[in-house]
Design a protein around this ligand. Structure first.
Ligand code: F0G
Length: 447
């Protein structure tokens, strides 16, 4: 069911094929280097790229820019309390700011951190504290064709093995990322969250939820988890799931429905105090923490909108629409479809290319060349040295694109697949020093 009509529009156009060819070459075959004006349908990320509601724009104008004690901060704190159930909040400029504040507070050299799957900035922030990030996805999470309701879950068996190997003393933090961005946006069941809570208690660890896409996760829980029949409200599910965590890190650029912002939230006054001090160092005074007052105000409204059933059901439906259109023209995708993106199976689509030829990145480049569509590779290029499927993520910005845009994406992918065997693959031309984040800046060239 469509839940919006447009009030503000932004013109877009498809640049000529010649211009796309030139832009791709000048970008070093890395679409992060493209100018957005050269992109037609931009599915690079769902982060900070969505449309705000009229209520959010109204709140923006009334934002209180006071350095300390801003009214907009109070609005945000009350939204976090009502929607997510946490008493204390430390705003940050975005999700990775929250990661720096919280993991910088909780971790030290030699620690080991299990997570269902670390997102790239999470991995980098854990590593930046001298700790070791360990992915514990549920078995089958990396199988693009296995149909299962909660492929985002954390494997407690794996996490226990980690603890048995290194000792509980070295595992002060356990993280669960909902939904699990690095495994195709798959949801995490509330049952899994309860079990992780019990596990964290056993080993006396702090349990952190990376809650970027908490509302999308709750909508999946309502559809799929037997304990939560259809009449349970989305925000009740959210509060139940998050109540098991000691703290959350949040990127407001996802389910905060804003273009900038994030926060750490907790019920623990001592942890709050420690986070505030680090936030002053890296983000700002704790009643704004790296955000403008107007952005705090917009996020306060966005958090409440995100748990509205008509919003979040429309959201999942729109991602599903893109997936169905792609499947209708024979494009292999990761199944089931995740919450914020459709993940193409580039290993299957370009099966003649070995991982060393970066089939995912080659597919990303062909989608741009063919139709001005920008996606992102999440395979051998983004995750060097790990065994993962060669996926390409087409992330859907919130409340932004419609069926016609998705039809263009499907037609583009169909055309690319028709001449798939002529795609030769890519090789690295230059590589930055931090391998965890090389896909943002490395350059490539055709083989
Ligand atoms: N955690 C997860 C699960 C994320 O997906 C992201 C961002 C972050 C933390 C960091 O938040 O960008 O506000 O600093 N993901 C974006 C993406 C960038 O494209 O998936 P941030």
């Amino acid at each position: 069911m469509v839940a919006y009509k447009s009030k503000v529009v932004e013109p877009i156009s498809l640049p000529s094929r010649e211009r796309r060819e030139r832009a791709l070459e000048a970008a070093g075959y890395n679409v992060f280097n493209l100018a957005s004006e050269d992109v037609f349908v931009d599915l690079l990320t769902d982060s900070g790229t969505g449309a705000m509601s009229d209520a959010q724009w109204a709140a923006l104008v009334r934002g209180d820019e006071a350095y300390a004690g801003s009214r907009s901060f109070d609005r945000l704190a009350s939204a976090v309390r009502d929607v997510m159930g946490f008493e204390y909040v430390v705003p940050t400029h975005q999700g990775r700011g929250a990661e720096n504040v919280l993991y910088g507070t909780l971790l030290s050299e030699g620690d080991v951190v299990p997570n269902n799957t670390h997102f790239d900035t999470t991995r980098a922030h854990v590593a930046n504290q001298g700790a070791e990030p360990i992915d514990c996805p549920t078995p089958g999470a990396f199988d693009p064709s296995l149909e299962a309701p909660f492929k985002g879950d954390l494997s407690l068996e794996h996490a226990r093995e980690v603890v048995d190997e290194v000792g509980a003393d070295r595992v002060p933090v356990v993280i669960q990322t909902i939904t699990n961005n690095s495994t195709a946006g798959q949801p995490v069941s509330v049952e899994n969250t309860r079990r992780v809570r019990a596990f964290a208690d056993e080993i006396d660890a702090t349990f952190v939820i990376d809650a970027c896409r908490f509302a999308e996760n709750a909508a999946f829980v309502r559809q799929r988890e037997p304990d939560f029949a259809d009449d349970v409200a989305i925000d009740e599910i959210v509060r139940e799931q998050l109540s098991h965590a000691d703290a959350v890190v949040m990127s407001g650029k996802k389910d905060g429905l804003v273009n900038a912002g994030g926060f750490v939230a907790t019920d623990d006054p001592d942890l709050f105090d420690r986070c505030k001090q680090r936030a002053i160092l890296y983000e700002g005074f704790p009643t704004y923490g790296g955000m403008a007052g107007r952005d705090l105000a917009a996020m306060a409204v966005g958090l409440r909108e995100a748990v509205d059933a008509s919003y979040v059901e429309d959201r999942l439906e729109s991602v599903q629409t893109l997936a169905s259109l792609l499947e209708d023209v024979g494009v292999p995708i990761y199944r089931p479809v995740g919450g914020h993106a459709v993940y193409l199976d580039a290993g299957e689509a370009l099966s003649h290319l070995s991982p060393s030829a970066f089939p995912g990145q080659a597919l990303v480049c062909e989608l741009y060349r063919e139709g001005g569509v920008r996606g992102v590779e999440l395979g051998s290029f983004a995750f060097p040295g790990t065994e993962r499927p060669e996926l390409v993520r087409l992330a859907v910005p919130r409340r932004t694109y419609h069926r016609e845009h998705f039809e263009h994406v499907a037609e583009t992918a169909e055309a690319v697949l028709e001449s798939a065997t002529t795609v030769a693959g890519l090789e690295l031309a230059s590589e930055p020093t931090m391998p965890e984040i090389r896909h943002f800046t490395a350059e490539l060239e055709p083989r």
